[in-house]
Ligand binder design. Structure first.
Ligand code: ADP
Length: 584
């Protein structure tokens, strides 16, 4: 292995150790256990050879004691192996949890645009399989080192028994050492490809599950299954390629081992027939044979383990600290309670550098105002919300909260002071109560009921069999769109943030749901700074002010009546709305 490679692996080991050090006592116990096992491995063949000698020489008393000793050693081996198993388990799950939590928390810090540009499989695989490999590495390392120690012990014993056989073994071990290095490199290349395909397959399957409802209603099962077939087929091919390369090297290995085995037997027979080796000594050498021969598969797996560790660690640390997955950055200024002034000053923004979506947007919002953004679909309204929530940063210009540039504020000052109620809010697969508790751990029953009453959801919850303890399914599938939005309103009310960003649903909600959502917004009006992406007349009329956006620019500001009197774009928009409302 090249020097840089070794140093890379070493750096990864050091980084991984940060997550393992709190559980190092288990590693230590495991090490002690492994050393005991290693001594037993060297001793048992020596004892067994003696036992056979006593048997053939018919020395019964000695034979009895040595049999008892072997039995005792074997029992000890079982006990130690069993305890080691316990230590490994304790250690493995604790360390895996540490790494997984870190990956999860770092994933949440990744910039929204970067998260969206990657398949979910990229993150699922790294938080899952790859963390397994990392949590395992020190266990495997100890396993391997103690194994090496026992092989060295065995080789030394053989050196004292017969020098020629010792050299034969040594040549074999050295030869394998270099052969395995080559093999591991080849296997690693294939494994890298396999992992990429695995990411893609996981991401696809997760999308298939999450999108199952739409796939069914779009009647797209066939084409999705066809695509699934393709993705899995590709993974299968890459995996086959990887395993075939491994088994090909194993095959060569196996043949080499058999050749060595034959060589030792022939050499042994030669020495015995020339009276240069005793049968008893040959017996000992033969009992060690298994351990020495197993070095080929152990060497192979050691290189494989190191390579697999390197790959998994590079993938995991890419998420934790890598530049490929840049994290959101915030300023240092902390404001615990924002008053509610929001200003956009000549803001330009594009999701891609050369396609500006917002072009020189400026406006001011005062505390406790209710302002609706109106405009055609695709004009940039949600983008404005994304920038206020600091999910993206302006390309040019700046956004201020209470006169402080957003880039100076810390994470808590921004996210802790605003809540977003999106068109299709994500409700977690927990009970309604837990969905609210996840926002505020110590929320009281009264707070919860009050928030749900304000969100016009309480009466509905009472009709459910389990009330607040009803589980709502993944993404809240057992709730209607309107109910999901009202639950999101309740979440915002529990958060009690000054700023509420509300993206009104465009989909046709029934009149009653519409009325209830409208009522819940009215319940909040005047107490919070509410920004609404409005699609409905009733909302527009009830707002203090409207901001009309067209093609990424602010075209006009004013009350509904003012805009209606003066602005032709708004007049047209209003007519279309009116037509829509009449249709319902
Ligand atoms: P509105 O909310 O007014 O319907 P949006 O702000 O959602 O409009 O979209 C404005 C423009 O930005 C559209 O052309 C849309 O295609 C584009 N856009 C929105 N979100 C993204 C995104 N995540 N990546 C790239 N382009 C986007």
């Amino acid at each position: 292995m090249k020097k840089e490679k070794i140093s890379t692996i070493f750096t990864y080991l050091k980084k991984t150790y940060q997550y393992a050090k709190n559980n190092k006592k288990y590693l230590f116990f495991f090490l002690i256990g492994s050393i005991i096992l290693c001594i037993i491995n060297v001793m048992v063949p020596l004892l067994s050879a003696r036992q056979i000698l006593y048997l053939t020489d018919e020395i019964w008393e000695q034979f009895f004691w040595i049999t008892i000793a072997i039995f005792g050693t074997e029992i000890l081996r079982n006990i130690v192996a069993n305890m080691n198993n316990y230590f490994i388990n304790k250690y493995f799950y604790a360390v895996k949890k540490n790494i997984q939590l870190e990956v999860a928390s770092r994933t949440l810090q990744i910039q929204t645009g970067v998260l969206q540009a990657n398949s979910s499989g990229t993150f699922i695989e790294r938080a899952g399989n790859d963390t397994d490999t990392l949590a395992n590495i020190f266990i495997q390392g100890i396993d391997y080192i103690t194994y090496l120690l026992s092989v060295i012990g065995v080789l030394f014993s053989i050196l004292f028994l017969n020098v020629a056989i010792f050299f034969l073994y040594l040549t074999f071990v050295l030869f394998l050492f270099f052969a395995q290095k080559y093999a591991a490199k080849k296997i690693q290349e294939k494994n890298k490809i396999r992992k990429k395909k695995q990411d893609a397959a996981s991401g696809f399957i997760s999308e298939l599950v999450r999108g199952a409802r739409d796939i069914k209603t779009l009647n797209a099962e066939k084409s999705f299954l066809y695509k699934t077939d393709e993705v899995i087929e590709e993974l299968g091919k890459a995996s086959y390629d990887w395993t075939r390369t491994r088994s090909w090297f194993r095959f060569l290995n196996g043949n080499l081992r058999d050749l060595l085995d034959l060589g030792i037997l022939l050499l042994g027979i030669y020495f015995i027939t020339h009276n240069e080796l005793e049968v008893a000594t040959m017996l000992i050498i033969l009992s060690y044979r298994g351990q020495i021969l197993s070095i080929s598969s152990n060497l192979e797996s050691f290189y494989d383990i190191l390579k697999q560790f390197e790959l998994a660690a590079s993938r995991v640390f890419e998420i934790i600290e890598g530049e490929q997955y840049p994290k959101e950055s915030f300023g240092n200024r902390h404001v615990s309670k924002i008053e509610g002034h929001i200003s956009f000053e000549n803001v330009f923004f594009g999701y891609e550098q050369d396609a500006m979506v917002l072009k020189d947007v400026s406006f001011k919002i005062r505390p406790n105002e209710t302002v609706s953004f109106v405009g055609k679909s695709g004009s940039g309204k949600s983008t404005i919300f994304n920038l206020i929530a600091a999910l993206y940063k302006p390309t040019k210009g700046q956004i201020l909260f209470d006169g402080i540039p957003l880039q100076d504020l810390d994470r808590e000052s921004i996210r802790g002071n605003l809540s977003v109620i999106s068109q299709n809010p994500y409700i977690f697969n927990m009970s309604i109560r837990e969905n609210l508790q996840i926002i505020k751990e110590d929320v009281t029953e009264e707070e919860m009921v009050e928030a749900c009453k304000m969100a016009c959801l309480h009466d509905f919850i009472l009709t459910l069999k389990d009330g607040y303890d009803t589980i709502v399914g993944e993404g809240g599938v057992t709730l209607s769109g309107g109910q999901r939005q009202r639950l999101a309103i309740a979440r915002a009310l529990i958060q009690k943030t000054e700023i509420i960003l509300f993206d009104e649903a465009t989909s046709a909600l029934d009149n009653e749901t519409q009325y209830e959502i409208q009522k819940s917004i009215q319940n909040m009006q005047g107490e919070y700074t509410i920004l609404i992406i409005a699609h409905r007349l009733s909302t527009v009329i009830n707002s203090d002010r409207l901001i009309l956006i067209d093609d990424g620019k602010v075209m006009a500001e004013g009350t509904h009546q003012e805009l209606l009197n003066t602005n032709p774009i708004y007049q047209k928009l209003y007519e279309l709305e009116l037509k829509d409302e009449r249709k319902k």
